[in-house]
Design a protein around this ligand. Structure first.
Ligand code: ZN
Length: 132
């Protein structure tokens, strides 16, 4: 595994894209909506890893709910894996709980699943695999 990206919940992409472009000294390489998840994402490449900014597209979005509860900030850590189904099986055997065990299409050409933060010390963990 490697740290593929860090997801950061933000209120406004317009504002935060400006902020992160200044902070990182580069522009995002992609902006993409995942309507099923109620998010618009913006990605920055940082060496092997990325920063993913997440803006809610509607009030029912998990990102809107997260910001209501906790405010803006780090939302999840994503581990890049070679074989997402094998990792799901391995982690289930280790006793980890998944929000959904079936990989779904995520942003940036990935298959993704999320582990429940209850089983990972309060950290929302995403596993992601490059789509074949
Ligand atoms: Zn992510």
């Amino acid at each position: 595994m490697k740290i593929e990206h860090l997801g950061i919940a933000i209120k406004s992409l317009e504002t935060s894209d400006n902020l992160f472009a200044k902070l990182l000294g580069k522009s995002n390489y992609k902006q993409e909506s995942v309507e099923r998840e109620g998010v618009t994402t913006s990605f920055y490449q940082l060496g092997e890893s990325k920063i993913e900014l997440l803006e809610a597209t509607n009030p029912e979005s998990p990102i809107a709910k997260f910001i209501d509860k906790k405010g803006e900030g780090i939302h999840h850590i994503a581990f890049g894996v070679e074989d997402i189904r094998a990792e799901i099986e391995r982690l289930k055997e280790e006793g980890f709980v998944f929000i959904s065990e079936e990989p779904k299409d995520g942003a940036d050409n990935k298959l993704v699943v999320f582990l429940h933060p209850k089983s990972t010390n309060g950290v929302l963990v995403e596993l992601c695999q490059e789509k074949p």
